[in-house]
Design a protein around this ligand. Structure first.
Ligand code: FES
Length: 191
């Protein structure tokens, strides 16, 4: 089912863990399975390149292999080039992923992009749990306990919430048909 490269990166992950020094971290969650990934970057400011990179992933074999691979693809690259690394590049570099596991490679690409965005916006750790929960309650109109459940299920930003399809929303804890419609409606207004 998995290519040799996936197995290699899963059993022997590269750049695993938090680098000693880092400038920003991208945290992303996968609502399909509840897995969470952190991608840390250290930036060479004069060259605008990724000088060092690391990851922490609580997830499946494909999530770990894609995290490992994306760190190899991004290391040494200009930030603008690293932003162009997408899920297909990660999957191709791993000689493919089973179709059911493609969402895992999406997580790695999103984590890297988020880290770069956080670096550029000067918010190294992105939004805190409290900030995100406040956005869920104020901008979407969710109750606090619903908002907390979403956060705990790995939805760690408003963007991630708005990216979900209705079927995915309905799989989340405490999300009823009405709430899913409300989120879709607000998300539609946002984008
Ligand atoms: Fe969770 Fe792959 S199943 S990231």
């Amino acid at each position: 089912m998995y290519s040799e490269k996936v197995i290699d990166h899963f059993t022997n992950p590269r750049n695993m863990g938090e680098p000693k020094k880092w400038d920003a971290v991208g945290k992303v969650g996968n609502p399909v399975c509840g897995d969470i990934m952190y991608i840390y970057i250290k930036v060479d400011k004069t060259k605008d390149t990724i000088e060092d990179i690391g990851f922490k992933t609580m997830g499946c074999a494909a999530a770990i292999a894609t995290s490992s691979m994306i760190t190899e693809l991004a290391k040494g690259r200009k930030l603008d080039d690293a932003l162009k690394i997408g899920r297909d590049n990660v999957a191709d570099a791993l000689d493919g992923l089973p179709p059911i596991k493609m969402h895992c490679s999406n997580l790695a690409a999103d984590g890297l992009h988020k880290a770069i965005e956080n670096y550029r916006t000067g918010k190294p750790e992105g939004e805190s749990k409290d900030e995100v929960i406040t956005q869920f309650t104020q901008k979407v109109g969710l109750k606090r306990d619903h908002a907390e459940k979403l956060w705990n299920a790995g939805i760690v930003s408003l963007d991630e919430l708005f990216r979900l399809h209705k079927e995915e929303l309905l799989r989340l804890p405490g999300i009823t048909e009405d709430l899913a419609d409300k989120i879709m409606e607000k998300g539609g207004q946002q984008h």
